[in-house]
Design a protein around this ligand. Structure first.
Ligand SMILES: NC(=O)c1ccc[n+]([C@@H]2O[C@H](COP(=O)([O-])OP(=O)(O)OC[C@H]3O[C@@H](n4cnc5c(N)ncnc54)[C@H](OP(=O)(O)O)[C@@H]3O)[C@@H](O)[C@H]2O)c1
Length: 341
């Protein structure tokens, strides 16, 4: 298998470290350059003793990456856009795990992220990397905006049902829970072990930025309430969605619509009515499992979607995008099954 030369900026973060772990064992990638602001000049084995033996040394995010065919940026939103213009000028194709290239419209970005986009001229060449819906666009993309973790879990369940016209677009409620790695590695008092352990809380109850991403890529004009919660676990997202089935639609149609939408998607597993997915089915895999049940009294479909936030929700999906861009089979180098089943 021909190997692409890849670089990663932001290896000191959770998503960057997960990318590095995947790409070091990827048969179609050779990691030739890694960078992080706080680890410049340090050997990889010193930053992560568990990844000793590669010979890689961390450089500055501002270095040239022109020897890389692909560069992954795993940086906070607002930071990736500082580096990506130089990466593109150097000829690399870019997969950004942050939010800077998820919207093609700079005004929408400014509205959602409350700041002006600093590389708006590059937005036109970016593609939203939710592979299951944008596979053809991703293949030729120069910049991929890898989706947010919550939108990935939500859109994989919701979008086909809206596209098939079997659920109402109004009154959608999404109640989603994430493990703490979803918030990154930065220090914060409310994410200390003592604050999280044996605790469970909602946060950003109104106005979480992923609400806009979910609405924008739902493929319909939806009204949605999205409430995220913090689980006292390291990884995993479980999203519960409350939808109203249209009159005359049999509940079994939900499964049929998903089965049709994902019959060629190696990482998305729909289940028939009554089979409700659990986090342990997906943790440490790149998969999404979808399940549902139906309450006939209320015409309500309750959908449950689970993913690993660091894999299908971040680094794994980034590698899935890379595989498609590099002309490799979509599953290359990615875990198809959870080791805990
Ligand atoms: N964690 C998830 O589950 C997840 C899921 C989907 C998407 N994402 C997105 O992926 C990106 C990375 O997330 P993460 O969870 O890995 O965050 P993280 O653990 O906080 O890591 C952030 C990384 O960005 C670097 N960084 C921060 N500010 C910088 C600056 N001004 N200049 C240069 N580098 C800077 C940090 O480097 P130093 O510490 O070395 O300075 C670190 O390598 C974010 O945009 C996040 O929204 C994360």
């Amino acid at each position: 298998m021909k190997k692409s030369r890849v670089g990663i900026i932001g290896v000191t973060g959770y998503a960057g470290a997960e990318l590095l772990r995947l790409l070091l064992e990827h048969p179609g990638a050779e990691v030739v350059k890694i960078a992080a602001r706080s680890a410049e000049g340090r050997p990889l084995g010193e930053i992560y003793p568990g990844l000793a033996g590669t010979g890689l040394v961390c450089t500055s995010p501002s270095d040239s990456f022109s020897e890389c065919d692909f560069v992954f940026t795993a940086l906070p939103h607002g930071v990736s856009m500082e580096y990506i213009p130089a990466l593109r000028a150097g000829g690399s194709r870019v997969i950004d795990l942050g939010a800077d290239f998820r919207f093609q419209d700079p005004e929408l970005y400014a509205k959602v992220y409350q700041s002006q986009h600093q590389a708006a001229d590059l937005l036109a060449e970016s593609v939203y990397g939710l592979v299951e819906f944008y596979r053809d666009e991703v293949r030729e993309a120069r910049i991929v905006g890898n989706p947010g973790c919550y939108p990935t879990a939500v859109l994989l369940g919701l979008r086909p049902l809206l596209a098939a016209g079997i659920v109402h677009s109004e009154g959608i409620i999404i109640d989603a829970k994430s493990g703490v790695s979803g918030a990154g590695r930065g220090l914060s008092q409310d994410r200390l072990f003592g604050e999280l352990n044996e605790n469970f809380r909602a946060y950003k109850v109104v106005g979480h930025r992923h609400t806009a991403e979910i609405s924008h890529y739902s493929g319909a004009d939806i009204q949605v309430t999205f409430t995220p919660h913090l689980l006292p676990l390291q990884r995993g997202i479980l999203a519960t969605m409350y939808l109203t089935l249209k009159p005359g639609v049999p509940a079994s149609t939900v499964f049929e619509v998903w089965a049709e939408a994902y019959h060629e998607a190696p990482f998305v597993h729909p289940h028939p009515r009554g089979v409700i997915p659990e986090l342990r089915w997906v943790v440490r895999s790149n998969c999404c499992h979808l399940g549902y049940d139906y309450d006939p009294e209320l015409s309500r479909v309750i959908v449950v979607s689970v993913i690993d936030n660091l894999l299908k929700g971040a680094a794994g999906q980034g590698v899935q995008n890379f595989n498609i861009m590099a002309g490799l089979p979509e599953e290359t180098g990615l875990p198809l099954y959870s080791p805990v089943v």
